[in-house]
Ligand binder design. Structure first.
Ligand code: DAH
Length: 361
């Protein structure tokens, strides 16, 4: 028990001074107000008795009261410090371990980037090199050298985006345009070095098309070209079938349908078993059970001649496919525009590991 003050009314308060070091944090403030509060604190009440005391006692009583007030103040302050130190110890370095964690955003490759890298990777394993070419082309590389007749409808302004600028000095004649396919890089590759040629050519291409669920005015293509002595349609079929088995699954069925391209003869379109219904027919494959993935064929003699190669000695095969389209097939995406949007629900679903389109590893 603290030292008595010599005044019974003040001594009656001393047990409360004794109790301050045991007070809990949630009652400390209330007790301080009950003792020291200006309006109703017990010490304030004692101060009010000063005036009614004999004059000679006032000084002594006032001094005792003051000392008691100081002892209470010191006790409250000390208790508050102890409680604060305890709180800090409990909460470590100020980190509240009970707070829910904040989610980290993890970036992911775009589905089309993944598809391009994977396709290029499969062909690189087969010994193909990667080539690229300009997106601004001349009519000669984009059409004429590829054996398009000068009046071919693809050259129409309705389909092809032309530039106003004149072609650079020394370029083969013709207007400048945004390439409509990656096939002109076949011409550039064959002009750059003699066979054997084995290249894949990824890149963006442009067409005067309105955007809808299955068309974009700018989209990706991957071209393939193999030119050497003794290359036959068997090489084309075997290589592209191997590709489909690697890219989709070893059991995926494929088929080749006759088609037409000015730069290949014969030409074909290659279909793979619909990846959504596995051949039984669904809305995505329009009930056919098949999905077209690429165009291909044997390099046309006229094309070989345009790049000064002897068609009697060299033969070749080529293909062109659209990674945007292939991403739709692979991930079951109903609308190609989703690939360009910022919808996080879609991007997360195709980018997150373990979910559709996530890394298998
Ligand atoms: N260039 C064609 C297109 O954009 C695709 C294509 C078809 C490329 C057959 C080829 C090929 O190399 O052999 O539609």
């Amino acid at each position: 028990m603290p030292e008595p003050t010599g005044y019974p009314d003040l001594d009656a308060i001393l047990p409360r001074l004794d109790a301050v070091p045991t007070l809990a944090a949630d009652v400390l403030d209330a007790e301080r107000t009950a003792v020291l509060g200006r309006k109703s604190g017990v010490l304030t009440a004692a101060l009010r008795t000063l005036a009614s005391r004999p004059v000679e006692e006032r000084k002594r009583y006032g001094a005792a009261l003051n000392r008691l007030k100081e002892r209470f103040e010191a006790a409250f302050e000390a208790r508050a410090e102890v409680l604060e130190a305890e709180r800090r110890r409990r909460e470590g370095t100020g980190i509240d371990l009970t707070m829910p964690g904040r989610r980290h955003w993890v970036g992911a490759e775009h589905p089309v980037t993944k598809v391009v890298d994977e396709i290029v990777g499969i062909f690189r394993e087969l010994g193909f090199a990667v080539a690229t070419g300009p997106e601004v082309e001349t009519e000669w590389y984009n059409f004429l050298a590829l054996n398009f007749p000068a009046d071919h409808p693809a050259m129409d302004m309705h389909d092809t985006l032309y530039l106003d600028a004149p072609p650079a000095e020394g370029e083969p004649a013709g207007r400048l345009l945004l390439r409509t396919h990656t096939s002109p890089v076949q011409i550039r590759t064959m002009l750059a070095a003699p066979p054997p040629v084995r290249v894949v050519i990824p890149g963006m291409v442009y067409r005067n098309d309105a955007m809808d669920a299955s068309h974009l005015p700018a989209f990706s293509q991957i071209e393939g070209l193999a030119v050497d002595e003794g290359i036959s349609f068997v090489d084309l079929k075997a290589t592209l079938t191997h590709f489909a088995h690697r890219f989709f699954s070893p059991a995926t069925k494929t088929r080749f349908r006759p088609s037409f391209f000015p730069f290949t003869e014969p030409s074909a379109e290659m279909d793979v078993e619909c990846q959504l219904c596995h051949g039984s027919g669904c809305p995505a494959c329009k009930g056919t059970g098949w999905m077209e993935i690429l165009g291909c064929g044997m390099v046309h003699e006229a094309v070989l001649e345009n790049v000064h190669l002897d068609p009697e000695r060299y033969t070749g095969w080529a293909f062109g496919m659209g990674p945007h389209r292939i991403a739709l097939l692979r991930y079951g995406v109903p609308d190609i525009r989703l690939l360009l949007g910022g919808d996080m629900r879609f991007l997360e679903a195709v980018g997150r590991p373990g979910v559709v389109g996530g890394d298998d590893a």
